[in-house]
Design a protein around this ligand. Structure first.
Ligand SMILES: [Zn+2]
Length: 218
């Protein structure tokens, strides 16, 4: 999960009881860097507007700008209205990256590891949801969307490991090392896909962490 800064006032269309207007979608797309706020996948083919607090029977929540989030279809359907009382990535009361540890599986068929780092019921609830978002493959369709998600993550993971090896290798030239650090720095930014994972793969790697201490002041 990554931090999001909600920008500007509520779009006018929400007063007219329309929440899926182009203005809302474009504003959310920009704010969330085109990433699903739960799995951090970007360039979504079918992005959805997600209601953070389920709006059933509550029109106020349905058209509340602060309740609208950008998500992929997979995460939206997994969350549905069953997962509540979650960590809010738009709130600056909590460091969402440090609160939830995210690590890649050793093999693509293994489980992504999502663990609670802060003793808080919202973090606990969010860990349960994210675990499902990254790992659930119980039905044929969820199996396909899960495989696609992991393939994309693995492509970036391979890049991450390549940069890591260049940075920690004694034979690397200063220029090669700087290029690899620059590439890694981009991966650690909020706007990069699955950025929470790459941050945690730095934080849990003593050798790499020592080399790139200046890049992880998040
Ligand atoms: Zn998602």
């Amino acid at each position: 999960m990554f931090s999001v800064y909600r920008i500007g006032d509520a779009p006018i269309c929400l007063e007219k009881k329309i929440y899926n207007s182009p203005e809302v979608v474009e504003r959310l797309e920009q704010m969330f860097h085109g990433k699903c706020y739960l799995c951090e996948k970007a360039d979504l083919q079918a992005p959805e507007i997600e209601h953070f607090e389920p709006h059933e029977g509550n029109p106020k929540l349905k058209y509340d700008w602060n309740n609208l989030y950008y998500s992929c279809a997979r995460c939206n359907s997994i969350k549905s209205n069953r997962h509540r009382n979650l960590v809010d990535c738009c709130s600056d009361n909590i460091d969402v990256v440090r609160a939830i540890k995210c690590l890649m599986p050793r093999t693509p068929d293994g489980d992504v590891s999502i663990t609670q780092e802060v003793n808080d019921i919202r973090v606990e609830n969010t860990v349960l949801l994210l675990d499902r978002c990254f790992n659930e493959d119980g039905s044929a369709l969820r199996g396909i969307t899960r495989a696609s998600l992991i393939e994309t993550m693995y492509e970036y993971f391979c890049d991450f490991l390549k940069y890591r090896q260049i940075i920690v290798n004694r034979r690397t030239t200063p220029r090669e090392k700087q290029d690899a650090k620059d590439a890694l720095e981009v991966m650690l930014q909020n706007q990069f896909e699955f950025s929470a994972f790459w941050r945690w793969h730095v934080l849990t790697d003593r050798k790499l962490k020592n080399e790139v201490e200046d890049l992880i002041n998040f």
